[in-house]
Design a protein around this ligand. Sequence first.
Ligand code: ADP
Ligand code: NA
Length: 330
Amino acid sequence: STTPVLFSGMQPSGDSLHLGNYLGALVNWVALQERYDAYYCVVDLHAITVAQDPAALRESARRTAAQYIAAGIDPERSTLFVQSHVPAHAELAWVLSTITGFGEASRMTQFKDKSAKQGTDATTVGLFTYPVLMAADILLYDTALVPVGDDQRQHLELTRDLAGRFNSRFGETFRVPEAYIPEVTARIYDLQDPTSKMSKSAASDAGLVNLLDEPKRTAKKIRSAVTDTEREIRFDRAAKPGISNLLDIHSAVSGKSIADLEAEYAGRGYGDLKVELAELVVERVEPIRARTLELMADPAELDRLLAVGADKADAVARETLAKVYDAVGF
Ligand code: ADP
Ligand code: NA
């Protein structure tokens, strides 16, 4: 087909994806599947670069896929699959690792940060070669576009370098992908610590809105969000990070501009904003939770959907890998 390919993925994520994953990534993915030949992957091979409990990982991969679908990824339209179901990812990663410089890989800032936190003995070689596996993920599908946040930009640059290097050494094989920069990206902060990004690795769950939380719990978390001692509802990231975060979440969910929200809440209290936002978020997230639970309650159907996705991905990936093997002399 002539529709450009777009590839993106997320690691299987603990018990639930959170509102940051949803508003910052999934909402865009859902919109992008209309315009692109989209591949959405649950990257479980990446997840084992740090220790995982096997049973929890298996369940988490399925639950993450279920949340993609529940959030609106259409498994008929998009290719939705689990990375470990398609062997070519690991196979191509090996080949690419042999054209990656040790120094080049050593310059990846994510690796430097993560390995510094973990210490040398806890850091795996898999964490070191993670960006090479990510390059394989992307290059297998003739990908034109990759939506990437700031933290993944360097990895995409490496992907582009490896594609170009392979092509010049072994003949034209890979398309060199571009970063897809969305017009608007929501960046959601922790409700209790609004200068830190909402993240599953937060020390406490209190500032995290999980897609699979009970509605009451979600509403309570939002109503308990940290604000400031002023009264005025206005957007000021530096001076009022808590209120600014609530306005950002409101804007992402309601589609209203920040200016319109400031006007709407002029002269009203923080309590009004929190109560109304809590309702709005619950209204948006509850159907996703319900649909996820429904999908998880029918494992045969979920597995069928994932097998369809894996078959579609595998057919394309195998073809690319065959070209690569041929080019390198296998
Ligand atoms: P986490 O930080 O919870 O580990 P990941 O790093 O696995 O989340 O991110 C998965 C996807 O969700 C990425 O596309 C990332 O950009 C997006 N994302 C994660 N946290 C946020 C956030 N707080 N705001 C916006 N987008 C986010
Ligand atoms: Na992360």
